[in-house]
Write a protein that binds this ligand. Structure first.
Ligand code: GLN
Length: 247
């Protein structure tokens, strides 16, 4: 992609998948592109409106159970994002978003809903307490060399099939409930990390932007990034210490 063209980022149904502040991921992507001299546009895709297939990047946030079923029925009836993913557009989905991308998910009401089938995963309610708190992981080294942090708040547990790879290994927290967090296949990625995850993990943001642009991005050296890195280093250290005390 040349710098003059506009990178178009779709914020998928922020009116229902916006409970946990994940819309901030769109701002992070736009700013990181602009800081590098690219032009970027964030497009809000609202419930009731068609979903275009022409965008470069699609972001799905988390949401409560009712909002999640509303979102999946809208996206099933308006399959623009699925078409875009089929040609390699980047999709990042958080928590309820991740669950929606799978084959199906069962809510706490015991009802199983069909998902969009973009990731080989299935979600069922976990048997234990709701997973609420900090999540610290080590990503698949094929993707990232730095650890990732976020916070989680969910009841669902997600099992991966053979066509999805775990995004990362859990060091602290719950994630999918199987020792891993998230899943990815091609340019479709899901995680349980709120934060927003791309503000907490700038290297992850750049990895996905590199996919959208078609070339890896060089690191940004600006003070705010150093501040974020420092905050994350401190958070990681605090979690590691807390874990040691608990063991
Ligand atoms: N409703 C889903 C669950 O509890 C997702 C919650 C969320 O997006 N944080 O598993």
């Amino acid at each position: 992609m040349v710098r003059d063209s506009v990178v178009r980022i779709g914020l998928v149904l922020p009116d229902v998948l916006g409970t946990y502040g994940d819309s901030g991921n769109a701002t992070v992507l736009r700013k990181r592109l602009e800081w590098r001299g690219y032009r970027a546009e964030v497009v809000d895709l609202a419930v009731g409106e068609p979903v275009p297939s022409s965008l470069d990047f699609y972001l799905l946030g988390g949401g409560e159970d009712r909002a999640q079923t509303l979102a999946v029925s809208h996206l099933t009836a308006n399959p623009g994002m699925q078409a875009a993913a089929g040609r390699g557009a980047v999709v990042l989905a958080i928590c309820a978003g991740l669950q929606i991308l799978g084959h199906d998910f069962t809510g706490t009401d015991g009802v199983t809903y069909s998902g969009l089938g973009l990731l080989d995963v299935r979600t069922t309610p976990g048997t234990g307490a709701r997973a609420v708190g900090e999540l610290l992981t080590t990503p698949d080294p094929a993707l990232l060399a730095t650890s990732m942090t976020g916070f989680e708040n969910h009841q669902g547990h997600t099992q991966l099939g053979p066509n999805a790879r775990p995004l990362s290994k859990v060091v602290y927290g719950t994630g999918n409930g199987d020792g891993a967090d998230g899943a990815y296949a091609g340019h479709v990625v899901g995680t349980y990390m709120h934060g927003p995850v791309l503000a907490r993990n700038p290297e992850f943001a750049d990895l996905l932007l590199g996919w959208a642009i078609g070339a890896p991005l060089a690191p940004l050296e600006i003070p705010v990034i150093e501040q974020l890195r420092e905050e994350r280093r401190r958070a990681v250290q605090a979690m590691a210490n807390r874990r040691k005390r608990l063991l």
